[in-house]
Ligand binder design. Sequence first.
Ligand code: GTP
Ligand code: MG
Ligand code: ZN
Length: 299
Amino acid sequence: MEQTTGTIIRRTKGFYYILTPEKNIVECKIKGKLFKDSRYNNQSAVGDKVKYILENDLGLITEIYPRTSFLSRNRVGIEVEQVIAANIDNLIITSAINKPAIRHNLICRMLTAAFVGNIKPIILITKTDLASKTELQEALKPYQDIDIEVICSSIIDDCDISNLKNKLINNTSVLAGQSGVGKSSVLNLMFPDLNLKVGAVNKKTAKGIHTTTFASMHEISESSYVIDTPGIREFGLWGISRDNLCEYFPRIKNFVSCCKHRNCRHITEPGCKVKEALQSSEIHPVLYAGYQAIMESFS
Ligand SMILES: Nc1nc2c(ncn2[C@@H]2O[C@H](COP(=O)(O)OP(=O)(O)OP(=O)(O)O)[C@@H](O)[C@H]2O)c(=O)[nH]1
Ligand SMILES: [Mg+2]
Ligand SMILES: [Zn+2]
């Protein structure tokens, strides 16, 4: 039977939707046990390149190609890799400046996941209409300090979104962040034809209501794709341990080799150069707090 290739753009309840090179969408099932002995021991994800065979109108995925990059998290408690998206170039870490409140620790976790998964991180701060300039500048500083690109947006103010739009050209980008930060809204602003569902945030808690329920990939122009994802509550890290965590924190990494103890975790050890750098403001406290929270979550 003829084997054909395509890209998974959506999966729901056991069905996979594949975009073919001819721009058709084929509904597929997946061959049982496909991942049993594979490195990818969970499931296939949006962005995966696959081989499939067509039987009547339904496809059957028979093979998944190796991933060039991945956005994965750890399902806390059961230690299983959950691949949110595969073969992506940019992770647009989306956070509102307000409503819901910015969670720097979550941003730090997603930055780490981008580095682990071989994806370029870009931070997108939304809802800039809901904060002062000073508040905004303070929120961006930790990331600008380590040369991470930060872009701001608002769907309310007449905000120039062309900078973000340009980042999406000729590559595949995924937007991820808490529910209600405006991932789907900003995509609609840039590409009105997408017509993605958006939902209000809860008035009392200022949290989102999980409007987007599954990841979906959209072609926005020839060779340019974006993936909208459901809101994230927690982001357990996959592929990270106590021993390699500091490698993914660019500024912290610079100081570790000078620490007195060879196995310094840079938390409470005397003679720790990372802690000294924190005291002398060479490491931003927000980034250190992100590092510390992840390190402490390993215990
Ligand atoms: N004030 C303000 N509100 C915004 C902005 N962007 C989005 N919103 C509002 O925030 C709410 C949530 O927007 P969504 O786009 O559904 O958020 P989401 O991140 O896709 O949420 P999930 O799909 O649940 O993960 C909606 O009521 C939007 O109108 C903005 O720039 N400023
Ligand atoms: Mg959404
Ligand atoms: Zn140390």
